[in-house]
Design a protein around this ligand. Sequence first.
Ligand SMILES: Cc1cc2nc3c(=O)[nH]c(=O)nc-3n(C[C@H](O)[C@H](O)[C@H](O)COP(=O)(O)OP(=O)(O)OC[C@H]3O[C@@H](n4cnc5c(N)ncnc54)[C@H](O)[C@@H]3O)c2cc1C
Length: 381
Amino acid sequence: MDFTLTEEQAAIRQMAQDFTREEIAPFALEWDREKHFPVETIRNAGALGMGAIYVRDDIGGTGLGRVESALIIEALASGCPAVASYISIHNMCAWMIDRFGNQQQREQWLPGLVTMERLASYCLTEPGSGSDAAALKTRAVREGDHYVVSGQKQFISGAGASDVYVVMVRTGDDGSKGISTLVVPADTPGLSFGADERKMGWHAQPTRAVILDGARVPVANRLGEEGDGFKIAMAGLDGGRLNIAAASLGGAQSAFDKALAYMGERRAFGQPLTAFQALQFSLADMAGNLEMCRTFLWRAAAALDAKAHDATTLCAMAKRLVTDRCYEVANNALQLHGGYGYLAEYGIEKIVRDLRVHQILEGTNEIMNVIIARSLIGRAS
Ligand SMILES: Cc1cc2nc3c(=O)[nH]c(=O)nc-3n(C[C@H](O)[C@H](O)[C@H](O)COP(=O)(O)OP(=O)(O)OC[C@H]3O[C@@H](n4cnc5c(N)ncnc54)[C@H](O)[C@@H]3O)c2cc1C
């Protein structure tokens, strides 16, 4: 087992770090303050292949794996976790179309998505169903070669700005087997958006309800068969969870780096903060946690690439472990800045606000434990 990056992986990470240093980090605080979704910057990331990291290359995808994705998203998130996380969601949607779409659907949707000239959103959550996603109620009724879709999706990242919506709908009975996945373009009559939600963090990307009111969607836009939708949605989330974890890691690493630099400069009781052993231990704990998170994230990513039997469990473990620990690291980094950590200009409180939601979305961390526990009990019985 070799935990060093290959030359190609190191080059990919360097490319993403360079992009982040030049095009994301200098502007992240302004985007957060102005609640600006930096679509041009996101498109520039797409031009470098970061919009379709694990989409196959016959259709213009970058054709890499989940470890490379973790490297890229971590690097992007060191500049702005909110932007990195949106890019992660877009990647998840593009992969779902690549993996579950037929050739005609791949050719129809992917060329615009791989370059990020067209952006995508993932629509599973509804006002009445979040954790219990299989209880979704958005109904798609077949009329000839169209579905007529009515319902509401809640908390949709990128909604209003995205061009393509990957929407989980009910075409059959209650429960997970009655769900299908439709690709719905933004200009579909009957599709509209709620107001941009006011929220704690992730200010650099919009969150809106997606409202479907008699929207007519061609049957040809369905991914897979009727009833495959829940499986498709969950498959997307395995990789999505790794990426959200990577986004936490990038944010936390950046907060740690800021704290380390600050502690060398800031003096108290006649010495720099780095001279206090209690604070040295805090740094040691944080550094160890970051490294543990990174190592385990790569392990889970490799398992997903290898289609290992326990990949879903490992992805859930990685999501919970990394997002929880990295939130703690970012919050400790804020503490080590004293009162200055609470001021927006130091960039630490933004990271803490951005990382908080990673413990909630793409399955809450309690739901990650549900998944892990189920696999344990299943294995034991
Ligand atoms: C900023 C933001 C962006 C988002 N982006 C998207 C998006 O792009 N697409 C999308 O589809 N969704 C998105 N979501 C929705 C997100 O995935 C849900 O909020 C999340 O899955 C939780 O659902 P809920 O809010 O309905 O909480 P609930 O399901 O109501 O949960 C409430 C609490 O109960 C706990 N709980 C529920 N069931 C159990 C159980 N069985 N065991 C133990 N604890 C349990 C939960 O962990 C949580 O603490 C986003 C959310 C936010 C805040």
